[in-house]
Design a protein around this ligand. Sequence first.
Ligand SMILES: Cc1ncc(COP(=O)(O)O)c(C=O)c1O
Length: 399
Amino acid sequence: MIKPSKRSSQLIASPIRKFWPLAVAAKKQGIEVLKLNIGDPDLSLPQEIQKSLRKINLKNLGYAPSAGLIENVDAWRTYYQTFGLNFERENIIPTTGATEGILFSLLTVADPGEEILVFEPLYTNYKALAGLANVILKPITLKLENNFQLPPEGEIIKKISAKTRAIIIINPDNPTGKVWSVKELKTIIKIAKKYNLYIIADETYREIVFTGRPGSILNLAGARERVILLDSVSKRFSIPGMRIGIIASYNKIVMQTILKLAMARLSAPTIGQLLTISALKNSRRYTRKIAAEYRRRSETVQAGLRKIPGVTYNQPAGAFYQVIKLPVAKADDFIRFMLEDFHYQSQTLLVAPMEDFYLTPGLGQQEIRLAYVLESKKLQQAITILKLGLEQYLGQKPK
Ligand SMILES: Cc1ncc(COP(=O)(O)O)c(C=O)c1O
């Protein structure tokens, strides 16, 4: 038999999507499944994009230049100016979502077998993409119990070896909702400087912060030459289907390398680049509204969780996710139970198990992640279902 490559065989199925068949089966039985497993926003897209969509009238649809449509690159430049960042055109290349930017950045900073530091729990696609790039991710564990604070500097430095090339920061973070403090970011920059590491900064959720002003790690001294910035329109404009992001850096050699990768994949979506121009130039009007909405949703979830005995949870400061540690041995089994054996008023719940968000084996087995992708009333209902489901699960006799 012909076998697929080891590289592809080692890929794990997305933990966010793996219970989907059970949700489909529950639906067939007439049960409404409240889906809080995927960070796929339910909010309406910005008016500017709706308008641009209505105006589309193309006779042909060609590739965009590999370095991006100038109009789109310039729209991103205008966008970044509102955060005090001035980029030249050659500092920014549009990508097919931040996802392509993740792959490009890994391929740019590390050779096969080299290492990159990450903080776990970690947005799972980094694991899959590092696997494709044959790059080794070295985890530094953040803990739910202390709201995922940065551990002492020594613990980070311990993980650095002669093979370490970069450190990845996701800010605000998926799956924790952590917003990195300036002090924490300065520590990262200091370490990166001392050990000559790149910083891959994924700021996909930049504006979704519940207090204070959004910013970028690039606003801090010492970041300029070593930061590779990843960004996306997916979450900030509630349009993950647009598949548009960018990779940006002030480092010339990095951008020359990225351009070669961009040429190899020809072009980021032309339509997406065209449709996002006006929203990028006018971003704050929309992002202020959605940040307030996600904050309200987070408050609803936290208020509900306070009423569930035995759960531990962090306090997100941004993005739209919540990590919850359940009083169960394996969250996977509980999620399965909710889909196969439990419903309340003909509704049940689909959430993401956290185990695969960790790299260290055994961590996160009791944890789940919720995405705030339903309006507050439904979220309130979802937390009630979680509470009742948990009571029944814990009360049932072991099989
Ligand atoms: C931290 C982070 N980076 C990147 C992505 C992927 O973004 P895109 O849709 O732009 O590929 C996600 C999606 O959930 C994410 O949470």
